[in-house]
Design a protein around this ligand. Structure first.
Ligand SMILES: NC(=O)c1ccc[n+]([C@@H]2O[C@H](COP(=O)([O-])OP(=O)(O)OC[C@H]3O[C@@H](n4cnc5c(N)ncnc54)[C@H](OP(=O)(O)O)[C@@H]3O)[C@@H](O)[C@H]2O)c1
Length: 309
C-alpha cells in the first residue's frame, strides 16, 4: 500500500509516496482502511525531528497521526471492534503513518465514528479534541461560572477548547487573529482580543484558567492574569517555558496522549453536536505532499486540512 514517508528528519522536501506492507493484526491491534486523515502541526514537528528522543531514529517513517476509516481486520483479544465498523482514531506517535491507505493501531486508540459525522470530520477530532479535553476538563476543571481565557481560540485545539468550556457552563474570553473573529464570536467567546492587545486581557477581570494554545504568551507575566488558585495551561512547552513555569504550582502541561481514554466521550460529544469539527480543505490523497507542505507553511483556509482516500 502507499503511504507518505521520509528517510531522515527534515523539511517538507523529504516527504515522498512509498510502498509499505502492514503485518497481520497482532493481539490488541486493529487494521483500518483509511478514508480520511487530518493534518496536525504535530505531524510536521515529528518529521522535523522535534521529538526524535521519543520517536526514535528508525527509517523510513510513515507520516500522519489522525484518521478515520473502516475496520479491515482485528487481532486477538479485541472485543469492541468488528470488521466493517466505521471508526476514527490516532496512531501511536512512535509508529505514525496515518497518511496511508491503511493503518495498524491499538484498539485503545480507536472509537466508533458517530454516524452524524463524515470521515473527514471524524478524522479531525483526535489530537485536537483530546488536547482540549485534558486542558479544559482535567486541568482547568471547567464548571459553571468559571472564567477561562484561551489564547488562539480559533485553531483546531482552541476551537474545541471553547466548545468544551462553554458546554460546561464556563465563561470564555480569548485572543485570535482578525480573520478568526467572526467564527470566535459565533462560538460564544466574549470579549475577543487581538494578539497585540495583551495589556487589556484583564480589563474585565482575571481568570480561573489561561489556556495558551499557541505558546506565545509570556509564562511568568501571564500568572498576573489568574485568580487565586487559577492555572496557566501550556501545550507548547520549551525548556525555557517549563523552567519558568515549574517555579509555580499554577503552571500545568497538557498533552494529547493524556486524553486517549476520552475518545469514546469525544465521539459522543461530536455526535450530539457539542464538538463541531471545522474542515477548511478536503483534498485527495494523491495531493498529500503539496497539501501538507502548504499547511505547514501556513498557506491555507481556516479549519482543518484533510486528505481523502
Ligand atoms: N501538547 C500537545 O499534545 C499538543 C497537541 C495539539 C497541538 N499542540 C500544539 O498546539 C499548537 C496549536 O495546534 P492546533 O492544531 O490548534 O493548530 P492550528 O489549527 O494550526 O491553529 C493554530 C492557530 O493558527 C491560526 N490559524 C488557523 N487557521 C489558519 C489559517 N488558515 N491560516 C493561518 N493561520 C491559521 C489560528 O490563529 P488566528 O486565526 O487566531 O491567527 C490558530 O489559533 C501547535 O503548536 C501544536 O503543535 C500541542
Amino acid at each position: 500500500m502507499k503511504r507518505v514517508q521520509y528517510d531522515r528528519h527534515g523539511g517538507p522536501e523529504i516527504m515522498y509516496f512509498g510502498d509499505h506492507d502492514l503485518p497481520p493484526a497482532g493481539d490488541g491491534e486493529v487494521r483500518v482502511s483509511v478514508r480520511a486523515a487530518a493534518i496536525n502541526p504535530f505531524d510536521w514537528k515529528l518529521r522535523q525531528g522535534a521529538m526524535k528522543l521519543f520517536s526514535g531514529r528508525r527509517f523510513p517513517k510513515g507520516m500522519g497521526t489522525d484518521f478515520a476509516g473502516i475496520v479491515e481486520a482485528v487481532g486477538g483479544g479485541v472485543a469492541n471492534f468488528r470488521v466493517g465498523d466505521e471508526v476514527f482514531g490516532t496512531v501511536d506517535f512512535k509508529r505514525s503513518g496515518a497518511f496511508a491507505e491503511a493503518v495498524m493501531v491499538k484498539a485503545s486508540h480507536l472509537a466508533k465514528k458517530p454516524p452524524q459525522l463524515s470521515f473527514a470530520e471524524a478524522a479531525s477530532l483526535p489530537i485536537a479534541a483530546m488536547t482540549a479535553w485534558v486542558a479544559i476538563i482535567d486541568r482547568a476543571q471547567a464548571r459553571p461560572g468559571a472564567r477561562i481565557f484561551i489564547n488562539g481560540c480559533n485553531g483546531a485545539v482552541g476551537a474545541f477548547a471553547v466548545q468544551l468550556a462553554i458546554s460546561r457552563g464556563a465563561h470564555v474570553a480569548g485572543a485570535c487573529g482578525p480573520a478568526s473573529r467572526d467564527n470566535v464570536r459565533a462560538a460564544g467567546v466574549h470579549p475577543i482580543f487581538g494578539y497585540s492587545d495583551s495589556q487589556t486581557y484583564t480589563l474585565q477581570g482575571t481568570y480561573d484558567a489561561v489556556f495558551d494554545t499557541l505558546g506565545t504568551l509570556d509564562v511568568g507575566p501571564s500568572f498576573a492574569m489568574l485568580n487565586p488558585g487559577g492555572v496557566f495551561i501550556d501545550i507548547n512547552p520549551t525548556p525555557a517555558r517549563m523552567l519558568r513555569g515549574m517555579l509555580s504550582q499554577r503552571y500545568k502541561l497538557a498533552f494529547a496522549t493524556m486524553g486517549i481514554k476520552r475518545l469514546p466521550e469525544i465521539a459522543e460529544l461530536a455526535g450530539n453536536g457539542t464538538l463541531r469539527p471545522a474542515i477548511g480543505l478536503e483534498a485527495p490523497f494523491t495531493d498529500a505532499l503539496s497539501v501538507i507542505a502548504d499547511t505547514e507553511a501556513g498557506r491555507r483556509i481556516s479549519g482543518k486540512a484533510v486528505l481523502a482516500f
